[in-house]
Each structure stands twice: as C-alpha cells, then as structure tokens.
Design a protein around this ligand. Sequence first.
Ligand SMILES: [Cu+2]
Length: 137
Amino acid sequence: MLYALGVGTGLLVLVPIITCVAAEPVAFEVPMDPDGIQRAVIEADSYEFSPRHLVVRAGMPVELTVKSVTVLVPHNFLIDDPKSGLAIREEIPAGQTVKVSFTPTVPGSFAIYCDKKLLFFKSHREKGMEGMLEVRP
Ligand SMILES: [Cu+2]
C-alpha cells in the first residue's frame, strides 16, 4: 500500500517537469563597452539571425557586426522605422562581415529582417529570417 502511494507521488512530480520546456529564445542584452558603444556580433545564416532578440539602451550608439556564415546565399539587414529614426538597410554578401552603426533614440520594439527573395519563392523574412531590436529607455 505504501509502495503504491510512493509510485503515484513520483508520477505526479514528473508531469510538471516534462511540460516545462522553454520555446522562446532568450533576449540578448548588448553589453556596453567602456567607450560607451553597445557592440554585438550577429550571425546571418539561411534563414535566421542569431541572436535574434537584441536589447539595447536608447541614446547610446550601437555597433552591430553582422557576419554572414552562408556560402552562396546573399542576405541583408533591415530595420525600417523612419519615424523612430531607424532606417537601416545593409547588404550582407555571402561569407562577408558588415558593420551597422546607429543610435536608437525612441524606446520600443523594432523588427530586424532580411527581405531577400528569389523569384516566386517566399522571402527570407517569411522563412524565419526575422528578429527584434528592443530599445529600452
Ligand atoms: Cu536573407
């Protein structure tokens, strides 16, 4: 009788552990260097940016090193929110590294994406090449 109760308790404890699987990627807080510039390296692959969720401070410059790790596929890096002062469009040729510098001034969440598209296929953004720039006050 006691044994049976013990088994039953064990199963009840196991259930919550199995259902507790994190799906959302962790936000990456971009560190600020001693010169006041917030620097991060982002990998561009087909079809994702990594890390994909960047957190920066408003009012301080940001310098992103976007590194393509693809062999053939060209990508680009866009943040298109001119009313918040963010109008960035950089081409990232296959295997190359490009620096993107800007100073965010308006707090909020802005989409980062690649809008490359081949003929009638889905755009890279639709294939998952999308991330987020979170600007905190
Ligand atoms: Cu792309």
